[in-house]
Ligand binder design. Structure first.
Ligand SMILES: NC(=O)c1ccc[n+]([C@@H]2O[C@H](COP(=O)([O-])OP(=O)(O)OC[C@H]3O[C@@H](n4cnc5c(N)ncnc54)[C@H](O)[C@@H]3O)[C@@H](O)[C@H]2O)c1
Length: 358
């Protein structure tokens, strides 16, 4: 028996990873307690995705409704599968920087303490298994906002002579910056994942994501920007753009491209690694550009308003440089760009959204 333990298995990345690794013949043990619903309300519940997984994967998927903060339950689960565990993918999180300020203790306990519980259970029961952690570009705080940016017609762009013109590398400092409370709890987890690698020679890696996206995202105003934007375009719901003239740039990586990153790491794991993982130059857009694409794809005019106040810690321009990962794993290639992602999100969800709106 070869077991993959996947936390946040009903979420965007966790569900995609569950399907992929079950497809590789592994027995997937998914941990998810639908806490996304607690954070963002009924609209954001991931139960629909959990049910879909159970139906599609049948006996290859076992769901555990455990809270990753429950140290005892996590430890028992790892003890149960022991040396059969050959991979851990940890995606469960409070994922929104806006939400974190509402309840910093809850945010920190899920993101930091929850990660510690999983690392320790791995160390005790499955020390050989690669441990993949979905970190975030918010660990760099708002330092990217100090880059020399130039205003273009539809977006901000970096000075073409700057060293990060191809994207931001892992050598950007994570200090002296506003992380947001979410960024702080993810930094704690990110550094713990690295230290477990260094101290105990465990095969740990942090993947610092830009925007992670795909058709399985339960998009909501506070998290899952492309999925939520497309939902608003499709249903006529109003959308608010926060600050920076709507020209803020994000890179967007399709969950399938990210899972392939995980797969490459799983096949040839390294110790205590840190990688930026985003859409990079291949897949990025500004808010205004994304709105235009949504309008073209749905044929609807978007109903959006503009608020002068930007979100705390929000990036004006973020494009990842995936070069470090690419250098270590030259077989990995990115497939999707933003337009393809948006078309897929629309095609996959339009009927469900129409039913919800009816
Ligand atoms: N989506 C993005 O744009 C993005 C960007 C950078 C990093 N990340 C990180 O990637 C990871 C996955 O993101 P996602 O978009 O798939 O998130 P998601 O919210 O879709 O999925 C996370 C899942 O974890 C579950 N969960 C939350 N707290 C839990 C707990 N205490 N116990 C058990 N389950 C719990 C939720 O119910 C949810 O189903 C997160 O760690 C997030 O911080 C996401």
């Amino acid at each position: 028996m070869t077991v993959a333990i996947i936390t946040g298995s009903a979420g965007l990345i966790g569900s995609e990873a569950s399907k992929f690794f079950a497809g590789q013949g592994m027995d997937v043990v998914g941990i998810d307690n639908d806490m996304r619903r607690v954070f963002f309300g009924d609209d954001a519940s991931t139960t629909w995705n959990r049910q879909r997984l159970e139906k599609e994967l049948g006996g290859k998927y076992t769901h555990c409704e455990i809270d990753i903060r429950d140290q005892e339950a996590i430890s028992q689960l790892f003890q149960k599968y022991g040396k059969d565990i050959s991979l851990i993918i940890h995606t469960a999180a409070q994922p929104s920087h806006d939400w974190a300020a509402r309840d910093p203790q809850m945010d920190f306990s899920v993101n930091a303490n929850g990660t510690l519980n999983l690392l320790e259970a791995t160390r005790q029961h499955a020390i050989e298994a690669p441990f993949i952690f979905t970190s975030t570009n918010k660990v760099y705080g708002d330092t990217p906002n100090r880059l020399p940016l130039i205003e273009k017609e539809t977006r901000w762009e970096i000075d073409p002579n700057h060293t990060y013109v191809g994207g931001i590398r892992e050598d950007m400092s994570i200090d002296q910056t506003t992380h947001s409370l979410f960024g702080a709890s993810k930094v704690a987890a990110d550094v713990l994942v690295q230290e477990y690698g260094r101290y105990f020679d465990m095969k740990t890696a942090c993947f610092r994501g830009g925007c992670l996206t795909g058709p399985n995202h339960s998009g909501t105003q506070l998290h899952g920007f492309l999925a939520y934007l497309m939902k608003c375009a499709a249903t006529g719901k109003s959308y608010t753009v926060f600050g920076y003239k709507g020209k803020q740039v994000r890179d967007n990586i399709h969950s399938a491209d990210l899972i392939n990153i995980f797969y490459e790491f799983y096949k040839a794991p390294r110790v205590a690694e840190v990688y930026n993982a985003g859409g990079g130059r291949h897949s990025n857009c500004s808010m205004l550009e994304a709105i235009q694409m949504c309008e073209e794809i749905t044929g609807n005019k978007m109903n959006y308003t503009y608020s002068e106040t930007n979100r705390v810690g929000d990036h004006i321009w973020w494009i990842s440089d995936n070069g470090r990962f690419q250098e270590h794993y030259p077989n990995w290639k990115m497939k999707y760009n933003v337009r393809q992602i948006l078309e897929e999100i629309y095609g996959f969800n339009k009927e469900r959204w129409a039913k919800e709106a009816a």
